[in-house]
Design a protein around this ligand. Structure first.
Ligand code: FDA
Length: 302
């Protein structure tokens, strides 16, 4: 792990900066990777993507919520976003982080909030994906996912290939729609692979296990080497294209996103919006030092 990565991951968790940033509006170049701070600007971006044959998974940005009022406010905003997806008739579903709706407040409270969200989405046949956060939240998140799955089938979650335990978690979620990622947080070597080589190796391993199962999988990466390998594996093994999609984040490799959709692969862009952009943006800077240029340019042009 590089020092730069550690530095930005640490910044992403800074509570003072997280809450301060909500008042700043989109700053430091975040506007390139966050689709505005309100529903109208986000919907405009989603419609542009849909026009290119690309679907959206919408993240009403938020995390590090430690009190009931803020969690309830976040839940209301997510319900409004679900209403907006239905009203505008766009090809889109939701991505939700459980810490946003009360996971750090109380397990039962968070579960009740999620039940309301998933039930509202189910009324419109909208899928809800539960993002995976840091390792401390992994088991509580999986517990809530399993509880929701007892009553709803429009819910899924994320598996991170940097964790040793992910293959087991994948098995336990065999019939569930999943997104596979490498993992965005900083985890210790007791629980996670540390080198890119090991993480990538496990990523391809998990993807190949999933693609051979008759269940839908989202492969969420900007890594062209992985994408190339997935295309080849799917072709060589007659995996139908209806069984998987590629996903990338809004504002990243936009040309490649369009190309994959034009080639006939199902494609979904992760579209974050809202005032709580800071932690999300810092993790993106941590992943890719080149992204820091965005931040620097925007500072210099002020
Ligand atoms: P990685 O960062 O390893 O890059 C591999 C190579 O790809 C680079 O060396 C470079 O050659 C190329 N590349 C990457 N980005 C590029 C760019 N912008 N331009 C040009 N070349 C580029 N994480 C998590 O922990 N929980 C979650 O719920 C999610 N959810 C999620 C949804 C979606 C849709 C995506 C795309 C990602 C996530 N993630 C996530 C984040 C994920 O875990 C991971 O941190 C990032 O996607 C970065 O890893 P990559 O697989 O993209 O490639």
């Amino acid at each position: 792990m590089s020092l730069t990565r550690d530095f930005f991951i640490a910044l992403s968790k800074n509570q003072v900066l997280n809450s301060g940033a909500k008042k700043w509006g989109l700053k430091l170049g975040a506007g390139k990777v966050v689709a505005g701070t309100d529903i109208d600007s986000m919907m405009k971006s989603v419609k542009e993507l849909n026009a290119e044959g690309i679907g959206a998974t919408i993240d009403n940005l938020g995390e590090f919520v430690f009190n009931r009022e803020e969690a309830l406010e976040a839940k209301m905003q997510i319900l409004e976003t679900i209403e907006a997806i239905q009203k505008h008739g766009v090809a889109a579903h939701m991505s939700v982080k459980l810490t946003q709706v009360g996971l750090d407040v109380d397990h039962k409270f968070c579960l009740e909030n999620m039940k309301e969200i998933v039930a509202a989405a189910a009324d419109y046949a909208i899928f809800v994906n539960i993002d995976m956060e840091d390792y401390n939240h992994l088991q509580p998140t999986l517990d809530i996912v399993h509880e929701l799955l007892k009553d709803y089938d429009n819910v899924g979650t994320v598996i991170q290939s940097y964790l040793y335990r992910s293959e087991k978690d994948l098995e336990a979620l065999q019939n569930v729609r999943l997104r596979l990622v490498k993992g965005a947080y900083k985890e210790i070597s007791e629980v996670s692979y540390q080198s890119k080589q090991d993480i990538d190796h496990n990523y391809l391993k998990l993807i190949k296990i999933r693609l051979q199962q008759d269940v839908f999988t989202s492969i969420a990466t900007h890594d062209h080497v992985v994408i190339h390998e997935v295309k080849k594996f799917a072709k060589d093994n007659n995996i139908p294209r209806s069984r998987f999609e590629f996903q990338m984040l809004y504002g990243f490799r936009s040309e490649m996103q369009k190309e994959l959709a034009q080639e006939g692969y199902a494609f979904t862009t992760y579209v974050p919006f809202g005032q709580d952009w800071y932690g999300y943006y810092m993790r993106r800077l941590a992943e890719r030092p080149q992204n820091i240029n965005l931040a620097l340019k925007s500072l210099i042009s002020k």
